[in-house]
Write a protein that binds this ligand. Structure first.
Ligand code: ADP
Ligand code: MG
Length: 312
């Protein structure tokens, strides 16, 4: 097929009359860390479950390293580590025993498993827990073990479905740190992670694929969304709700391109000239509008919200 580690072609999944994945086309670039971003129900898990052969597609193809997982799952998944949903491990096994169990399942020999176990335990920061039973672990610790077993046999592709979901803030931060280190330690590694949390994707990923209703809406480098050039809107938060009078007063300032209501805030377009910001600040103060915050709109967040809105 191609050089791309993952290639999804016209992938479709129907549940009765409901279409969860709607002729999805997506290419994952080699050595990227791609965030599959979309709101709940977008079809992320369904897509990743087909990709990892946990469920069958209704139609379409999904290639891993050029091999169609719908036709030859064993070979397609040979060089792929996965964490889909928090896996249930045996509570009476320790991390080391769990890795041995999983390693043998995927056809590794004992020497190879023990050789990798220490470094994986370090990577997922579980060394000091290696001989404790999983039954006593927090959800975050179990998730780090899940991540660890995905690293067995040193895969070149890692597929993670919402790896921080259901964790407390500390657990989330730990998983994110492990993922960051993974990225930094190996450039020859393609990671795909689904998430509904935009800041998480921004923090970790270099590529972003937005999906909603089972369809790809946008697919690009994160930097393409975050470019600082070009106009960004300024968001003014005022005490109480913005009135029409306020909005038209702002709109009539000569350097303001447009002003409009955005929820309970006012979104003001002043073009890309940064010096106009302080002028706007001063003018708003003089208009006595009780502005308590003036921030630049996050262009990626705006794109995300607009895409969700438009695809409703
Ligand atoms: P995400 O992971 O992006 O939150 P999912 O892939 O889990 O979304 O689900 C996509 C849509 O498919 C949702 O509307 C969900 O309710 C539906 N869905 C998922 N699994 C099933 C199933 N086994 N039977 C029926 N509908 C399902
Ligand atoms: Mg999901």
């Amino acid at each position: 097929m191609s050089e791309n580690p993952i290639e999804i072609v016209n992938l479709r999944k129907e549940y009765g009359r409901f279409t969860a994945v709607n002729d999805l086309n997506l290419t994952i670039k080699k050595n990227s860390f791609t965030g599959l971003l979309g709101p709940n129900g977008a079809g992320k898990s369904t897509t990743l479950k087909i990709l990892t052969h946990l469920i069958n597609a209704t139609s379409g193809e999904a290639y891993l390293n050029g091999i169609d997982v719908t036709k030859d799952p064993k070979r397609a998944l040979q060089d792929v580590g996965t964490v889909i949903e928090t896996p249930e491990f045996y509570p009476y096994l320790t991390p080391r025993e769990t890795f041995r169990y999983v390693g043998e399942l995927i056809g590794m020999n004992r020497e190879q498993i023990s050789a990798e176990t220490q470094s994986i335990l370090e990577k997922v920061k579980m060394t000091e827990w290696q001989d404790k039973r999983l039954g006593t672990f927090s959800k975050g610790m179990r998730q780090r073990i899940a991540l660890g077993q995905a690293l067995l046999d040193d895969p070149r592709i890692i597929i993670l479905d919402e790896p921080t979901s259901g964790l407390d803030p500390r657990g989330m931060a730990e998983i994110r740190e492990v993922l960051k280190n993974l990225r930094n330690d190996s450039k020859d590694l393609t990671i795909v992670m689904s998430s509904h949390i935009l800041p998480e994707v921004q923090d970790l990923c270099d590529r972003i694929a937005f999906i909603n209703h089972g369809t790809l809406l946008m697919d690009d480098d994160i930097s393409a969304f975050e470019s600082t050039s070009g106009a960004r809107n300024v968001i003014a938060k005022v005490d109480g709700l913005p009135t029409d009078d306020m909005i038209s007063a702002i709109d009539s300032l000569d350097y303001v391109i447009s002003a409009e209501r955005l929820g309970n805030d006012i979104s003001i377009n002043i073009g890309s000239d940064a010096s106009l910001r302080s002028r706007l600040y001063k003018d708003l103060a003089e208009m006595d509008m009780k502005v308590y915050s003036l921030t630049e709109e996050d262009s990626l967040e705006e794109t995300y919200l607009n895409l969700i809105k438009e695809s409703r």
